[in-house]
Design a binder for this molecule. Sequence first.
Ligand SMILES: Nc1ncnc2c1ncn2[C@@H]1O[C@H](COP(=O)(O)OP(=O)(O)O)[C@@H](O)[C@H]1O
Ligand SMILES: [Mg+2]
Length: 362
Amino acid sequence: MHYIGLMSGTSTDGVDAVICRILAPNDVQVLAHQAIAMPAALRAEFLALNTAGPNELQRAALAAQELARLYAHSCMQLLAQTGLQPQAIQAIGAHGQTVRHAPELGYSWQLNAPALLAELTGIDVIADFRSRDIAASGQGAPLVPMFHQAVFANTEPRVVLNLGGIANISVLHPHSPPIGFDTGPANALLDEWIFKHQGLRYDDGGQWAASGHIHQGLLSALLSEPWLQLPPPKSTGRDLFNQAWLTPHLARYPALSAVDVQSTLTAFTAHTVCTAIQTYAPNTEEVMVCGGGAYNSHLIDLIQTELKKPVQLSDGFGIGAQEVEAAAFAWLAYAYLHDIKASHPAITGATHSRILGAWYKA
Ligand SMILES: Nc1ncnc2c1ncn2[C@@H]1O[C@H](COP(=O)(O)OP(=O)(O)O)[C@@H](O)[C@H]1O
Ligand SMILES: [Mg+2]
């Protein structure tokens, strides 16, 4: 009944790892959480591998092995924290690190080394959660809405807003499958911009953004991105929302200060998230938020102001904001071992729901 979930998301900030006790699909308890920061060199390599470069195959293989060692280290820390032995863990659900997401070309590439992880931990590993859904003509993303539905659905509709590198929402109804899709970038552009100009990994509390001004011309230009107008199912990544995407927009406003760009990018995240919620969950009172962006209080203020309602940290619903994504991968491992179909055509656009993942036995 114990499962480990390992998530390293598009923010490339690190690994979130949890041990969950899962007694039934809707009975999930997080027993322990570990967050390990991504070493700077590995982070730079993952970001570099998002675009074409020399000797990619070898570099990808080596980066995947390094990630597996980081994953194994997270697992050991969780075991030490809980006093559990490896034999007490049914399986690890390991997401891997996305370096390319191109479902329109039939692939989404998560660097991972699940066989090495099984060797290093002595625990069964379930990995490669996206490829089967893509093979069934889906986006392979987002993968979390079925988990959100299982653990957070209530008698009243709810929205779960996940603010990772990319933002996604799940709209939960008590008696129908969830709607879930990516709304655009959450932290990916914010992190890159502050790193470039201040050498910081992220804008703590959104304080830097809050000290600048939103530039309406730039904001409108960013909002004109055609992907944003597409109806769900849809998903995205750094493949689209990256510096190469941003640069031509910024070139039109050469006098704009770096801080005002950060303010405008933060407003861009807030507005795309709010538009998605207002369009696909107009009458939903409860909006719960998870992912690291939940701690960007300036971003949360902008979202609350635009939605005209408070948003609530997922902590109050039983799972910490920084734990939800990792818990989803523990749940996906559970779903695999219990023959539960963890995708849904309404979410990914696939022709059928499928059992997701591949099993590497200890
Ligand atoms: N205190 C904070 N203030 C502002 N942003 C934060 C804070 N803590 C975390 N974040 C943001 O959250 C990101 C990590 O969120 P996470 O949910 O792990 O995303 P992902 O799933 O893409 O890895 C960081 O890169 C940062 O942008
Ligand atoms: Mg992360």
